[in-house]
Design a protein around this ligand. Structure first.
Ligand SMILES: [Zn+2]
Length: 333
């Protein structure tokens, strides 16, 4: 992996939010300086993108709200100047039903060979089966789904209205991540041969049928449940197994920006999420920035419960994650 410490140049960082502005390296003044200007991530705008998704209603596959949300993503990302590829497919569901799913890919700088992949899932789990009182009810999915997509839509807006990063960016909104088998469900069919899990249907499909033949990326970053107040992100096990240098890179950016209280350098077990299939099937190193709750473990007690609603969502947290990811992509040469 390339490291900026080995570049024969001086990196001058200018962060337009002001936090780190003016940092410069005056050593080696005879060497050419590269100026890296990282545009501002607007946390209010990211929050509005989360609220907009929640206002559609739960984005459950095979429902009108799911269709309306997909149209909104495509229209918004087109407005931001992205090249869009829509991947429509059907997948089996643990009860034997067929789900009509849509992965949405938005590409910036399509001619660049070196590409980074940013992803989140946009579907909502159809029931809050970890909720003690309402295990069969739907829920908002403000954090589980909408928060990651909200951050990515804001990153797309920032890219469209500022200087572009030096690398190509592909944002993938994966569908069908969250319709894994229900707790205590007896009517669960056996897995069809083409699936490894009932979870992560969109990423499993994309990893085997990429939106462009032969597509690859330098690395990927998955965002899942990144908007809760006081969230922490620990180093997730599969990220450390498949892409430890990318974890270090992102956690280093977070530390430089003053967010070491959020991006914690403790390694935890792996979680089955979309990045697993991008790593194992598509062979693209991908990390997961995913909520970890000390004392509870990954996801926290809002997970798949009625507590996963807009009251949980913090603009500050969306801003911390968005700024960290934006710095990571703009520093990539
Ligand atoms: Zn979920």
């Amino acid at each position: 992996m390339k490291s900026k410490h080995f570049l024969p140049i001086v990196l001058l960082l200018m962060v337009s939010c002001g936090k780190d502005s003016g940092k410069s390296n005056t050593a080696g003044t005879d060497k050419p300086a590269i100026e890296i200007e990282v545009p501002s991530f607007n946390a209010d705008s990211a929050y509005a993108f989360v609220a907009k998704q929640v206002a559609f209603g739960p984005r459950i596959p095979n429902t009108p709200a799911h269709g309306r949300a997909a149209d909104y993503f495509v229209e918004t990302l087109k407005r931001f100047g992205a090249q869009i590829t829509i991947q429509e497919f059907q997948a089996d569901h643990f009860s034997g039903k067929k789900l009509n799913l849509k992965n949405i890919v938005a590409s910036f700088n399509p001619d660049k060979n070196k590409r980074l992949l940013l992803a989140a899932h946009w579907d909502t789990r159809p029931f809050s089966d970890k909720d003690a009182d309402k295990p069969n009810a739907t829920f908002q999915g403000a954090n589980d789904g909408a928060s990651g997509v909200g951050v990515l839509l804001e990153i797309a807006r920032v890219i469209s209205s500022n200087n572009k990063p030096d690398v190509g960016i592909d944002i993938i909104l994966f569908d069908g991540e969250d319709w894994g088998e229900k707790i205590n469900e007896e009517d669960t069919h056996s897995l069809p041969q083409e699936l490894q899990e009932w979870w992560c249907l969109g990423s499993q499909h994309w990893a085997k049928n990429k939106h462009k033949p032969g597509y690859s990326a330098y690395y990927g970053i998955l965002l899942d449940m990144v908007g809760a107040k006081d969230a922490q992100f620990h180093r997730e096990g599969y990220s450390m197994e498949f892409a430890p240098t990318i974890v270090e890179k992102v956690w280093d950016h977070a530390q430089r920006l003053g967010y070491s209280h959020v991006f914690i350098r403790k390694t935890q077990p792996g979680v089955t999420d979309d990045h697993l299939f991008v790593n194992t099937i598509a062979k693209i190193p991908m990390i997961n920035i995913v909520h970890f709750e000390p004392g509870i473990g990954f996801f926290g007690d809002f997970h798949h419960s009625q507590k996963d609603n807009m009251d949980l969502i913090s603009k500050d947290m969306l801003g911390i994650v968005g700024e960290t990811v934006l710095n990571t992509i703009y520093f990539e040469q």
